[in-house]
Design a protein around this ligand. Sequence first.
Ligand code: SF4
Length: 737
Amino acid sequence: MLAKFLKQHTGPLTADLVQEPGHFGLGKVPRRLKPASTVTSICGYCATGCQLKLHLDEQGRAVNLSPQAGYPVNLGMACPKGWQALDPLDSPDRATVPLLRDESGTLQAVTWADAMGAFTGRLQAIKEQHGRESVAFLSTGQIPFEEMAFLGCLFKFGMGFLHGDANTRQCMATAVTAYKQSFGFDAPPYSYADFEESDVIVLVGSNLCIAHPILWQRVMRNRRNPEIIVIDPRATETAQAATRHVKLQPKGDLALLYTLAHCIIRDGRTDAASIERTEGIEELTEFLMDYSPAAVAPATGLSVEEIEALARTVSEPGKRVSWWWTMGVNQSYEGVRVAQAMINLALITGNIGKPGTGANSITGQCNAMGSRLFSNTTSLVGGHDFANTGHREKVATGLGIPCDAIPSDPSLAYDEILAAAEAGRIKALWVIATNPFHSWIDSGKLAALRENLEFLVVQDMYRTTETALAADLVLPAAAWGEKEGCFINSERRIGTLKAVRRAPGVALSDFRIFRLIAGAWGCGDLFAGWKDPESAFKLLRDLTRDRPCDITGIEGFEMIDRLGGIQWPYPAGSPTVEPALDTERRLFEDGNYYTPSGKARLLFSPPAPLPEAPDSTFPFLLLTGRGTSSQWHTQSRTSKSDILRKLYPHDAYIEIHPDDATRLSLKEHDTVTVRSRRGVMNAAIYIAPTVQPGQLFLPMHYPEVNRLTHPSFDPHSRQPNYKACAVSLTKIRRFAD
Ligand code: SF4
């Protein structure tokens, strides 16, 4: 049966595939994985990076899982998504064979050989006719970084294209840019242990209870009786559990943070030694003159007394203060400056490089940090710079490729790639493990953009995502649990994942697909050293030498597992840490930053107005965010779990303040039409004082939501502003009303 299937669907490439070590597809028990009772693997959803213990049957197939008790991240805990991590693998809509759209417009099953022929034939023809800027890839934060690096290096150095970006642009670009500008490198400074070491924990635009529930558990383990402050327009689950909710107006955060710095400098509550390690204090002080509490209070919606009290709390002498942010900051038209306003506060009060402190971005996706260091999109692989000649030479030597294969010019960002596709300059897109037809801002535009594309390739574990359904070619990919590699979590900890299931049909790991493409494109020799994920890991490890993310002290996957994950940096010669005790390494303890001067930069600029404020036609401000801890982004995976599906509403719902509901004669469960200048959707009414009057909240997981959102972007990071746009609300009337 299997032999017949392979004969039909694979062609001459099959023999090569089944003999590859480390590949868990096509029906052979992989050599690497011997049947055993359990193996460990990092969860494949969020960037907390919990370790799961996978329970195997005698064939080495995972049949169940439990959280790993000794792992320093999750300490034996997992959220609902982690507990159900195996469920999405069994879904009947898995992509099991390559699919190619025929002349009638129908996707038809083809062999891998035919798929590779179509892939290389179409893309080489487009490149020949339109040049190296006519094709782009859009990738993910969800695959191991060895695969991300392979994709980025193959596409740019092997296939000779220039433009590629990842959906981490939707998630972490703001934090990346803020850190690079302020610290000289994309370096989140903290360890999760800091949640337990703080006296004052300030969460800005972060619904930690829902988005990172295990990190909230770390907060709950804090024995210092901390003040927990949530700065958020909504009374989120986290705000309700905090000791203080600062309920400001949406996008009043930047002005508020500047005002706090104003008060702290005015009152002399600064740390002279820490300021000595910065550049720009005179300019910042001058800038902050205009940000007195009285001047700023109206824009924030807070009283002068509230602002003054908050300023005192976050600068209390002798107290450890930590600042934490997620998407409420990152997904903003001015998120970089908001993040840097927190960095400034940490720097001027001396709350950095010590236990329980820091200006700390909590990452979104399981491997967003891996993408930041290794995807070869914004930065040259291994924490390098495309524009730096020395960096290009170092990477070329390390990878054994010609230096002139490495472009010196930067890639377009995600929004610029899509704009170029809309304008017809980009003719083909290769989308890997992401679903922009659902997740991209103002997503209604994607359908029109599709009309302008000559060729759309989607490489994914499912054939039914909104993006896969629009593809010309679908390449079936193995999922988390069906392949090996490494993720890097929010606190810079590298952990391994394991192959514990066979990929269905002839689906292949993304790593194997990239190897096939390299061979089919004719650049296989350039990637001869990329034999399997661990070989790639070692190549990448060696590239990091002497960079801030130096991990040359890591021998390989076994060492990572043995030590309970390893935080970067871990250069050669690092002292060997005890297993599972490597939990306290934070950056900047010596006051040295990665800038040329060794000092951190204090950066700022005036707040900008909302890109789309409510008006008489669209009188509500729409906020979006995570709905429940059981939902993940576009729900491609979480909707495939019977258990997770029971833990959240099936259809879209919208939160509205009771006063607005009364004014509009809306009752619980009424259906309303939500309309913006770009699109329209229906949702059920959920009346709750969690939102302020004049504001609405929609969970982001429903495909219609991004038809409404406003396509504005942070000018520094190009991250989309998902969180605030103007909408109207109309009740759908029924005869019974
Ligand atoms: S908190 Fe994140 S990493 Fe941990 S189990 Fe849940 S989804 Fe997985």
